[in-house]
Ligand binder design. Structure first.
Ligand SMILES: C[S@@+](CC[C@H](N)C(=O)[O-])C[C@H]1O[C@@H](n2cnc3c(N)ncnc32)[C@H](O)[C@@H]1O
Length: 126
């Protein structure tokens, strides 16, 4: 999970610095905090509603995150254990900016990139 100052930086980059000359990559989206920050930056500048953010994640929750981030083992009321797919929670968290986001599930490092220039790249993957 990213911190408040990191959220502010991503929001500001998307709102004030993004020119549209390339894509925005959220590499390692987890539960969506970074995606939401980037998406709200675009929304608040009234950017055209099109998917310019590519988010990547396995969406398979690890033991550390199960212990650290869940509310009594639950996400949106659903029981979650290590290894479960949590894309449903990501999708719910980013719903307010979903129009800006294209989701890629799986190993980012095994996916070829064919969408041209990248303008903003956040990489938190292993
Ligand atoms: C530190 S978390 C990212 C935090 C997130 N950006 C946020 O705003 O809270 C790292 C994420 O990267 C994902 N990840 C790590 N290596 C990956 C890979 N090779 N391919 C896809 N996802 C990966 C993990 O599943 C995890 O959700």
């Amino acid at each position: 999970m990213i911190h408040a100052d990191e959220r502010r930086m991503l929001y500001t980059l998307a709102r004030d610095y993004f020119t549209g000359s390339g894509r925005i990559i959220d590499g390692g989206a987890f539960l969506g905090t970074s995606s939401l920050s980037l998406g709200h930056g675009l929304k608040d500048r009234h950017h055209e509603k099109s998917p310019v953010i590519d988010t990547f994640d396995w969406f398979l929750i690890d033991e550390y995150s199960v212990r650290g981030y869940l509310d009594e083992g639950r996400l949106f009321g659903k029981e979650v254990k290590t290894g479960d797919n949590i894309r449903f929670a990501y999708e719910q968290n980013i719903a307010s900016v979903a129009e800006y986001i294209e989701v890629h599930e799986g190993n980012l490092l095994a996916k070829p990139w064919e969408k041209g220039p990248i303008e903003i790249l956040l990489g938190l993957v292993l």
